[in-house]
Design a protein around this ligand. Structure first.
Ligand SMILES: [Zn+2]
Length: 413
């Protein structure tokens, strides 16, 4: 085996031949390569063409780093004449058109970014993080280009903040597959209309049987307007959030009215009142029981909230309906205004809330998505740009398995 063949085998270089090697300052390994079997193939049809000229400037491609070396491919591409497609640059087997990194590199980069932070991925790939973001964006955009949504039956719509500066994106989910099919800037009717008008055909809109969203008029209105056959389901998380906000409103009222010594008993209640009974400790239960005497209004608000949890457990719509009617009656008698206001919300969205019982639909999509949302919340500024955010969304929970779109012979992880 010659040295060049050995290097080719060691680095698992397929579809190309090693011509020569050079080690350069700064831990760079340059490998002059050429396409296996002399190349000269047309980019469009793959047939062999006649060489017109060889470019005098070499092109460089970044490959996956090995043993601490940053690896570069070097080649002088040729312009060829295809009998069908005319003049053009020959096909480069190891990289897409004018991309300056190899397919192998793209595959590794995409997989790393699925598994770890971009900062860690950039370190392993020996590049600055800004370069990684650019490369990632270009690869994802290319791989997803021409993508069509398929088989969408249950749709979810949600708004999500991607930056602390109140920048919002609208995400559309395929709830049967728990994936994101579309992401767009903004959170209003205009954004969601853009999705329906650009991403779905009329036939596809008619095929949608259920749509899940929050209680905003924008999303409800859009689903009603575009999906004639869809049952509207309101997202459980948003209803619970509205109920929690009502309980918290009662707490705040009491806090404002309380004198200094009574405030002590109300300290640290905020998160406890939110807590679901599954995650409540014994001490929590004692504190809440103590509230019955310490502050009866907060206690009653919390009790009502706690009772409401039952609603989600019902399997039959008629039983759930009986429950919610009783609950609304007792809440209206509670003399707690924020809670009564919540009953108003329930009445307004009655059918959409009840539709959960039959469909069991919520917008809780994938673990991957939760991870991204956590990054937004933990980082000081979230994602600076919408592109950086949607790239990560598509990569970890999109409807296209992006690394799998790269040919198996370049998947070296
Ligand atoms: Zn051709």
């Amino acid at each position: 085996m010659t040295t060049n063949k050995f290097i080719g085998k060691l680095l698992k270089l397929k579809g190309l031949l090693v011509v020569s090697l050079a080690f350069r300052k700064g831990n760079h390994l340059q490998i002059a390569v050429k396409p296996y079997k002399n190349g000269c193939r047309c980019q469009a049809c793959g047939r062999r063409g006649k060489i017109i000229r060889t470019f005098s400037e070499p092109r460089w491609w970044r490959d996956v780093p090995v043993g601490g070396w940053t690896v570069w491919f070097l080649y002088y591409p040729r312009e060829i004449l295809c009998p069908t497609h005319g003049r053009g640059l020959e096909a480069i087997p190891w990289a897409d058109g004018y991309v300056r990194v190899t397919y192998r590199y793209e595959y590794v980069m995409l997989r790393y970014c699925q598994l770890m932070t971009q900062k860690a991925a950039a370190q392993l790939l020996h590049i600055p993080i800004s370069t990684l973001s650019d490369q990632l964006h270009r690869a994802i955009r290319r791989i997803r280009s021409g993508h069509r949504i398929r088989g969408l039956k249950t749709l979810g719509v949600d708004e999500i903040a991607y930056s602390k500066g109140h920048k919002y994106a609208t995400l559309v989910y395929d709830l049967d597959r728990s994936v994101v099919v579309w992401a767009g800037e903004g959170k209003g009717r205009e954004t969601i209309d853009k999705f329906f008008n650009s991403a779905l055909s009329d036939y596809q809109k008619k095929a949608i049987t259920a749509g899940c969203c929050d209680m905003s008029d924008a999303y409800i209105g859009a689903i009603r307007a575009h999906c004639p056959n869809a049952t509207l389901v309101l997202d459980r998380f948003h209803i619970v959030k509205a109920l929690n906000a009502a309980v918290d409103e009662v707490r705040k009222e009491q806090w404002r009215e309380a004198v200094a010594e009574d405030r002590k008993a109300l300290k640290g209640l905020r998160w406890l009142l939110y807590r679901h009974f599954f995650t409540r400790s014994r001490k929590d239960t004692r504190t809440l029981k103590g509230l019955e005497k310490a502050n009866n209004r907060i206690y009653r608000a919390w009790r009502l909230k706690d009772e409401f949890e039952q609603f989600w457990e019902y399997k039959a719509t008629w039983a759930a309906e009986r429950f919610i009617k009783n609950w609304m009656t007792s809440t209206m008698r509670s003399r707690l205004d924020p809670m009564k206001k919540f009953v108003g919300t329930l009445r307004k969205h009655y059918s959409g809330i009840l539709a959960f019982i039959d469909t069991r639909l919520t917008n809780a999509v994938s673990e991957g998505l939760n991870r991204i949302v956590k990054i937004v919340k933990n980082r000081a500024s979230g994602f600076r740009t919408l592109n950086a955010f949607t790239d990560m969304i598509y990569l970890v929970s999109g409807d296209v398995d992006i690394p799998a779109q790269i040919s198996p012979r370049f998947r070296i992880l």
